[in-house]
Design a protein. Structure first.
Length: 71
């Protein structure tokens, strides 16, 4: 996957996760996506957007549960 296409796909991931977690701050969503993306450093990039979405979704779900538990 070329870097421009990967960047566009990561942006789409961020958008989908922001819609899935509307109660979380958009900056928190962006941070989770950025952190997971930075962890994926391998040379095969074809599945990076899918892996980022799954990893960030799991992080955000934990954060959302934590926020719900505090209320």
């Amino acid at each position: 996957m070329d870097p421009q296409h990967e960047a566009a796909e990561i942006q789409n991931v961020q958008q989908r996760l922001a819609e899935r977690f509307p109660d979380l701050d958009p900056g928190e969503v962006r941070s989770a996506v950025t952190e997971v993306h930075a962890e994926l450093t391998g040379s095969i990039r074809d599945f990076v957007p899918v892996l980022v979405e799954h990893g960030a979704r799991d992080r955000l779900a934990r954060i959302a549960r934590s926020v719900d538990d505090q209320h």
